[in-house]
Design a protein around this ligand. Sequence first.
Ligand code: CA
Ligand code: CA
Length: 168
Amino acid sequence: MGQKLVTGEQTQSSALLPFSGSVIKLLVHVTEKMWGCCPNHWKSFGSSCYLISTKENFWSTSEQNCVQMGAHLVVINTEAEQNFITQQLNESLSYFLGLSDPQGNGKWQWVDDTPFSQNVRFWHPHEPNLPEERCVSIVYWNPSKWGWNDVFCDSKHNSICEMKKIYL
Ligand SMILES: [Ca+2]
Ligand SMILES: [Ca+2]
């Protein structure tokens, strides 16, 4: 009798464990899908929200404006993210990214300290072209279409802010 009881308990617990695990994963997944949201007028992509500003400003002023809203100038993490963003942009304007070379020595830095990956660089041909141009804008040029150009930080451009989605 005692042996049968032990066998029964083991069967029960091993059958329940994987089931409980998948229920928990499912709930987390649904919660992310349902409750990740962006402020009014911000565009949603992946786990981020984007605000396209058509107010031209210097790079540092543009970054400060993003920070005041709990965001940063946009950090391009993937080609898919850049493709989503460029769909929202005006081909006759240029927009600051959260990328700069503060010392002018080619050490490009993202504002959130994301490593400057070899795989995520979308410079236009022959850019970056000047050590004095220490900030980066995204601009539409033919024939390469949307790409990055280093520009003077105290030139005025539009800008793109990015913030993480708000999870409620
Ligand atoms: Ca990003
Ligand atoms: Ca340039």
